[in-house]
Design a protein around this ligand. Sequence first.
Ligand SMILES: Cc1cc2nc3c(=O)[nH]c(=O)nc-3n(C[C@H](O)[C@H](O)[C@H](O)COP(=O)(O)OP(=O)(O)OC[C@H]3O[C@@H](n4cnc5c(N)ncnc54)[C@H](O)[C@@H]3O)c2cc1C
Length: 438
Amino acid sequence: MIEVRGLTKRHGRVLAVDDLSSDVPPGEVTGFLGGRRRAPAGLAAAGPGRRPVTADVLVVGAGLAGLHTATLLARRGHDVLLAERRPALTGAIRTTGIFVRKTLDDFPLPEDLLGPPIRRVVLYPPGLRRPVTLDSARDEYRVGDMAPLYAAAARTAAGAGVRLALGTRCAGRCDGGWLLAGPEGPVRVRARYVVGADGARSRVARDLGLDRNRHLLVGAEEVFGVPAGDRTPTFHCVLDPSLAPGYLAWVVDDGRHAHVGVAGYADRFPDGLRRALARFRAGAPGLPPGGAPAEVERRGGPIPVGGLLRRIGGSDGLLVGDAAGAVSPLTAGGLDPCLRLSELAADVLDDALRAGRPDPLAHYDGAALRARFRGRLALRHGLAQVRTPAAARAAFAVLRTPPGRAAARRVLFGDRSFPAPGRSPRATASEEAGAARP
Ligand SMILES: Cc1cc2nc3c(=O)[nH]c(=O)nc-3n(C[C@H](O)[C@H](O)[C@H](O)COP(=O)(O)OP(=O)(O)OC[C@H]3O[C@@H](n4cnc5c(N)ncnc54)[C@H](O)[C@@H]3O)c2cc1C
């Protein structure tokens, strides 16, 4: 039996443990997690007589949005607890990991974890005949090596002082706090603010009474190594509603890895998502010759494409990334938006914590940002209407004209990214340099 009475622990300004009294009977596991810079604060199992764990901010979900928001807040001196239900960030990946030029320009992602640049996109109609090839003079895309990229981002977060609790699921609100279910049992957390970075089907959004994603695609892909050769790194996109209803099927071959995937509206796949992927894989364009790969990684998940949600913040917290619907409705790209929105989220939370009141969170206004998505929402509506192979072929007739090609180039190679928030991020120059650098 371990007995603790009235234990208080401070690290500078941060109250890590406040008057903790606890008995730990033999055989019961009580966890203590912490980053490198700040000494760990307690994550004691909940139970009668146990005080809740405290934090300035509880971030739920350690995807790119949660990791980035948590790191920015910890760098500004706040006590951040980041809870992630996956036991390791290198498994159950839900993204292809294509980073667009604007993200590569603005965020210092680790060079060694990015694949070779891609400048070529080939667009195919159903049947794959007479594709349209578009080449850019600039490096447009690079595919991230996502498992080590998440792991490196987690190390950066821990280095900034974030307490990262893996294998720990947020089970919702309880007794004025939040209940986490982790390897050491249930833990009650009392945080001034909570950040829902818990993906497209956010539970935090529901518990905070904020908007939730209703307009979703589902996607699945296979990833495998490919032999090096003299192929031009290429992004192949197939517009065929029998394979990918309402979106695209794709092959990305950057000379190191191939990603073969399909995405579309769940209720429109004629024989389900997995079978559509198998059908596409059997005749996918652009794959290097060779037999079936020895090792295949499978990825997949929902993709919110209804545009940024209107109500993404309230007096108790806010949403970032997919939870906020921060995904381009047209291209379904969410990596750039989740990094950019996380910066605004960290700004307003920093202001609110310093002011000691939630008023600055009013600046976190999804409705205002959403207005800048109108064009892309209209194009998403158009893409959703391509319901038959005949309609897709008709769209290709337009795409082959000079104005059609120019429009495709604007979408694929344009300079637009997630709309810059009305306020510029207030991060210091040194913080900016380290932002998103895992
Ligand atoms: C198949 C596919 C391919 C894609 N490809 C691209 C691409 O190439 N380029 C691009 O820009 N975008 C792409 N996207 C979209 C992009 O990946 C997402 O928009 C982006 O990764 C969202 O990051 P996030 O941190 O908001 O969410 P996520 O990465 O989904 O992270 C959410 C995290 O929350 C955790 N979580 C959920 N619930 C709880 C809970 N109750 N308690 C604790 N933890 C919880 C989850 O385990 C997860 O780790 C793709 C999406 C899919 C599905």
